[in-house]
Each structure stands twice: as C-alpha cells, then as structure tokens.
Design a protein around this ligand. Structure first.
Ligand SMILES: Nc1ncnc2c1ncn2[C@@H]1O[C@H](COP(=O)(O)OP(=O)(O)OP(=O)(O)O)[C@@H](O)[C@H]1O
Length: 305
C-alpha cells in the first residue's frame, strides 16, 4: 500500500480536525478525497505530508512511518492556499524547491525545464511569479509538486483557479501520472472531475470517513427510473410496490428507484405482464453528486438526532 492509516486522529484542542481515519490507498491509482467545507480533508493531508503531528493513531507512506525523510523526497504536494515568493521567477522558485528536495545541480537543470513544460509554462519560466495570473500560479505550484517525479502526489484543489482548458490539461497530467504507476491523492470539490478520473474515493464528513470504495462500485447502486405508462392497473401498482418498495405516479409517469441497471428488463417485463403499455423508460444512474449529497445529508441528520 502507498498510504495506510490506522486510527489517525488530529484534535485542535477539544475540536476534532479528523478522527480515527483508516484508509488504504494502493499503487497506481487516482484516489479522490472529498467532503464538505471543514470536514477534515486538509487536516488529513497535512498529517500525511508531515506538516501536522497526529494527536493519536499512525500512518505509513510508501511503507515507512510518517516523517521519514527519504520518503518525503518521493512525495509531491500542492497545497490548497498556494502562495509563492512573488519576487522569484518561475525557474528560480522551482530551483529553490529542487534544493529542498536535495537534487543535484544536473538534476535541477534537467527537471526544472521539464516540469515547466509539463504544466504549460515552458515560455514563462523567466517571468516573475508575482506577474503570473492565478491560474499560472497554480500551474507553477503543480510544477513544484511534480519536481521530484514523485511516487505519490497530494493535490489539494489543483484546478480551482484554472479555466476549463487548463482543468482538462491538469486532468491529463494526473492520468499520465497514474499510467506511469504513480499514485495521486486528489482533494477536490469538483465532483464531476473526481467522477471523470478517480479510481477510488473516500468521503469525509465532520472528521470521519463515511464511505470509501471503488468509484464504479459506489455508483453502481440506485438507478432512478421514469416510465411513461398507459393502463396503470391496481395489480401493476401492487407488483411495483412489492418488487421495488416506494414509487410515485404523476399523470402517466411512474418514478421509482432500482438497485442497479440489471433490474431494468424485469421492470419492463412486469409492466407489460400486468397489461401496462410502456411508451418510454428513462434510467439515470446516480451521480457522485447525488451520492455525496445523500451521504452528507444523512450524516448531518444523524448528528441532529
Ligand atoms: N489550526 C486550526 N485550529 C483549530 N481548528 C482548526 C485548525 N485547522 C482546521 N481546524 C478545524 O478542523 C476542522 C477540519 O478543517 P480542515 O481545514 O481540515 O477542513 P477541510 O475539509 O480541508 O475544509 P475546506 O474544504 O473548507 O478546505 C474544521 O472544523 C476546522 O475549523
């Protein structure tokens, strides 16, 4: 495992940053870490990159305990609130970060132009960071994170300042990293972005992980169906109720939820067998946004009880 945490907890005085986090992130995947504002995402990432000490619990990164210096050289990090030295040029900033990574002179000379190219700033390296747009500053931050060709890279909202084209380019960079066997730990509020590229996700709310798994499996459940049916008999409605629990009828439209796509043929068959005329059937798979809102809402309601 590339990241393994065991009951990792951070308390800020009496307030929890995150509690009893047990996560495993495997090699060569893009792992999406999401949660509402103040849920504990940055707290966890800061502990994993060594900026905060856990209050209790342990974690291993690339097989070594937190704080191992050799491992830190193999880890990249783009923080959420990036702010770099305005007076340095892009090249100078990267050269400084390369020194922090203890790169040799030759390595610096090779990697700095490479990462500038990778993030689309090849012709801006001699320009002062203070004159960069917000999107360019985010790109140079990403370049810092990619500098050591990391085995594991933490990206906290890496596309928040980028235009749609820039977002696509950064997604492409993340996918390329994964294709080269690297692991990307991605914090993002852009659920569509997470849905597009992540292999696994975890959702955190109020400091605790509330779900974790392969994205495809998490989204495999609940399919919302809307059917236009003529001839809705009591017998048909009884069967729908017996098979699928609740349903709603409005005019000739019937709406219900199925556990997954596999149940669609049986539903159509039940309508026809009970004398219904099926004019249309539209099925919509739950999106990550639906899942996120449902889970976070349930968590909040439980807290109020
Ligand atoms: N230095 C700190 N001192 C006290 N409380 C803190 C500190 N940093 C974070 N917190 C609290 O810990 C909780 C988790 O904060 P954290 O910044 O990890 O959330 P987040 O999920 O990253 O939020 P966002 O999406 O808004 O960036 C919040 O309740 C926050 O107020």
């Amino acid at each position: 495992m590339i990241i393994e945490t065991d009951n990792l907890t951070k308390m800020y005085g009496k307030k929890a940053g995150c509690r009893e986090i047990n996560l495993s992130v495997g090699e060569g995947q893009i792992f999406g870490f999401l949660g509402p504002n103040g849920a504990g995402k940055s707290t966890l990432v800061k502990m994993l990159v060594g900026l905060l000490f856990p209050t209790s619990g342990t974690a291993r990164i690339l097989g070594k305990p937190l704080g191992d210096l050799e491992i830190r050289r193999k880890v990249g990090f783009l923080p959420e609130n990036f702010r770099y030295q305005d007076w340095l040029t892009g090249e100078e900033l990267l050269t400084f970060h390369a020194s922090l990574y203890k790169m040799s002179r030759a390595e610096k000379a090779r990697r700095v132009p490479e990462v500038l190219e990778q993030v689309g700033l090849a012709d801006k390296g001699r320009q002062k960071v203070g004159s960069y747009s917000k999107g360019m500053q985010q790109r140079v931050g990403l370049a810092c994170a990619l500098l050591p060709d990391p085995e594991l890279v933490f990206l906290d909202e890496p596309t928040s300042a980028l235009d749609p084209l820039g977002r696509r380019e950064v997604r492409q960079i993340m996918v390329e990293l994964r294709d080269r066997g690297k692991t990307v730990f991605l914090n993002s509020h852009l659920l569509s972005e997470i849905e597009m590229i992540c292999d696994r996700v975890a959702i955190i709310n109020k400091g605790r992980i509330i779900t974790e798994g392969a994205l495809a499996e998490l989204l495999a459940g609940a399919v919302e169906v809307e059917m236009q049916v003529e001839g809705l008999s009591a017998q048909l409605l009884d069967e729908l109720s017996a098979l699928y629990g609740s349903y709603q009828v409005e005019g000739g439209l019937v709406r219900l939820s199925l556990k997954n796509n596999e149940d669609i043929p049986a539903l159509a068959e039940a309508v026809v067998r009970n004398g219904g005329k099926l004019f249309s059937l539209n099925a919509r798979q739950n999106s990550l946004e639906d899942l996120f809102i449902d889970l976070v809402k349930v968590g909040d309601e439980e807290c109020l009880q």
